[in-house]
Design a binder for this molecule. Sequence first.
Ligand code: 4NP
Length: 157
Amino acid sequence: MTAILFVCLGNICRSPTAEAVFRKRALNADLDLRIESAGTGGWHRGDPPDPRARAAGEARGYSFTGQEARRVEHNDFSVFDLILAMDTRNLRDLRAACPPDSRDKIRLFLEYAPALSVSEVPDPYYGGEDGFDHVLDLVEAASDGLINQIKAQPSSG
Ligand code: 4NP
């Protein structure tokens, strides 16, 4: 089993969306994975996902049930095999906080969607509604790329 943590700043918009999308697609691909999300900041601890993220995701058939914002904690660097940052600020903050032997676990999520012309999932929090659909487009593409890579590993069953 592989454990994957999606990370953004607030853990109420982008990484909960990534968690919901990836959970559904991993299930459809018959992959048994531990999937969670967290934020580098703790302002929204305990909050459910942003209603705009939730509405956009649910319109595409994703479930956010049970999600509650939490901050990245030190233990995450040992528990998770892959820690996927939504943008370069998240990447930098994670790398600054992690033990040196865990640095290789931390990557930009959009590395798994090399055909996209962008490398970051932009923060939709202060923008318009269409920002949340754009997040979904990017997250769906990277989720498929990551799932294909996991499926291609001999140990994935
Ligand atoms: P997220 O979006 O990182 O995609 O969850 C944000 C949510 C809240 C804040 C920033 C980004 N905030 O500053 O409260």
